[in-house]
Design a protein around this ligand. Sequence first.
Ligand code: 13P
Length: 236
Amino acid sequence: MILCANFKANKTRQETRAYMAVVESFVSVNEIDDTVIVFPPFTALEHLPRNVLIGVQNAYPVENGAYTGEIALEQLEEFEVKTILIGHSERRHILGETQEQIAAKFRFFAEKGFAIIYCVGEPIEIRQQGADALMRYVDAQFVGIDCNYTDLILAYEPVWAIGTGLTPTSDQIVDMHAVLRTKTHAPLLYGGSVKVDNAGSIMALENVDGVLVGSASLSANDFCEMIALAAQLKNV
Ligand code: 13P
């Protein structure tokens, strides 16, 4: 299983330090061999050996240069970051990233050998329009994306489930993941209101290889509980 904690614009550097101490100790004491990835804000990056992966929530697809306010490859290399989230719905809908920009970012970081967690997912009004509209929408999020990229992890995050406490039914997740499975051999994550209470049953679904967790991952203890649930799944 792959368990990702996306902090978004939450936690200070100090808070992230305390969090990582809890998660790293949990992973080591329990000899966890699932993949754990934490996406802190840029300001909390540190150059430290760790037993979990650290990724970034975004970056600008250039080596360096005149891009005021952006973080580029050179700055990530200083922290040996090689994992990036691309296509998150908050960047698409709040920050206005277009599919063209997202695809350019994907190409750049794939060329640089990054592990890419690529996010797709539909707003509620698209789901309400039915299966054809849903697939047209999701297909458009694959324009310019290499689904055969070796270090790809694909995350299905329905926009209406993010931060709302609403989750799709198991059938809705299984159906979407079955479609995504036809597009790629990459691991498939589900994201959107994953909590300790539902993480185990979601991870047990067919074609779900892990979870991408936002608000519930902000509690180190809750995130560790989800890591434990993933470990238990292997033993059933
Ligand atoms: P929530 O878990 O807060 O719904 O957020 C999901 C998400 O966007 C993870 O990237």
